[in-house]
Every structure is written in C-alpha cells, then in structure tokens.
Design a protein around this ligand. Structure first.
Ligand code: HEC
Length: 110
C-alpha cells in the first residue's frame, strides 16, 4: 500500500513534467508581483481593460507574452512590462497563471 502511495505521486510528477513547458510555478508566482496591479495575483483582472489570465492555456500565455515582447502584438500597458521579461520569466509566469485552478459555474442564457 505504501509503495502505491509513493508511486502514484511520482507518476503524476513525471507525467506533468513531460507535458508541461519548462516553467517553474513557484518562481512564476514571485514574478507575478509585476502583473498583479492589472491582472491580480490570482489572475483575475483588477482593471477594466486587463483580461483575466487565471487558468489560461499555458502555450497561449507564452505566445502572447512573446508577441508583446517582440512588438508583434501591441498594447500600451503590456509593451511597458513585456520587453524586460526573459524567456525563462515568460515560461515561469505562464506556468504560474496556467496552474491557477478555475471552475465554470452555470452557463447563462438557459
Ligand atoms: C499596467 C497594467 C498591466 C500590467 C502591469 C500587466 N498587464 Fe498584461 N495586459 C494588460 C492589458 C491592458 C492587456 C490587454 C492588452 C490588449 O488590449 O491587447 C494585457 C494583456 C495580457 C495578456 C494577453 C491575454 C489575452 O487574453 O490575450 C497576457 C498573457 C498578459 N497581459 C500577461 C501579463 C503578465 C504575465 C504580466 C506581468 C509580467 C502583465 N501582463 C502585466 C495590462 C497589464
């Protein structure tokens, strides 16, 4: 029984490691202090013009942050923050915001 209890988390860790990018969630949380005024540390928007990014798909977050960094995607707010982010910062931030658990309630309009 003990072996099973030890084995299961080990498998989950291995499986997680193989599908996720190189991002470090814990490091990403620390770096997310740069983002909290607009996106919240919880990834839920704190201003009317910033989108929610909690639970967003990790590769999408990486792509958008890279696009803000290179200028391929333009935004007055993000163009101030993104150029200073390294590739590792982007991976860590994407891993952190993607790892925030979100749940969807009742769908409206029914
Ligand atoms: C000054 C406010 C501000 C700060 C600070 C800020 N953002 Fe943003 N962010 C915005 C706004 C506004 C947008 C919407 C840009 C647009 O209209 O295209 C945005 C867009 C984004 C998007 C695209 C989301 C989507 O749905 O396409 C990502 C990802 C993102 N921000 C991540 C971050 C991260 C990570 C940080 C911290 C390193 C950060 N932002 C810091 C205001 C901010």
């Amino acid at each position: 029984m003990l072996a099973v209890q030890l084995l299961v988390p080990a498998c989950l860790l291995l499986a997680g490691g193989s599908v996720s990018q190189a991002g470090d969630v814990k490091a990403g949380r620390a770096k997310a202090m740069m983002c909290q005024a607009c996106h919240g540390l919880d990834g839920l928007s704190k201003t009317p013009d910033a989108p929610n990014i909690a639970g967003q798909i990790e590769p999408y977050l990486v792509t958008q942050l890279q696009a803000f960094k290179t200028g391929a995607r333009k935004s007055d707010a993000m163009s101030v923050v993104a150029p200073s982010l390294s590739d590792k910062d982007i991976e860590d931030l994407a891993a952190y915001f993607a790892a925030i658990e979100i749940s969807v309630g009742k769908l409206p309009g029914q």
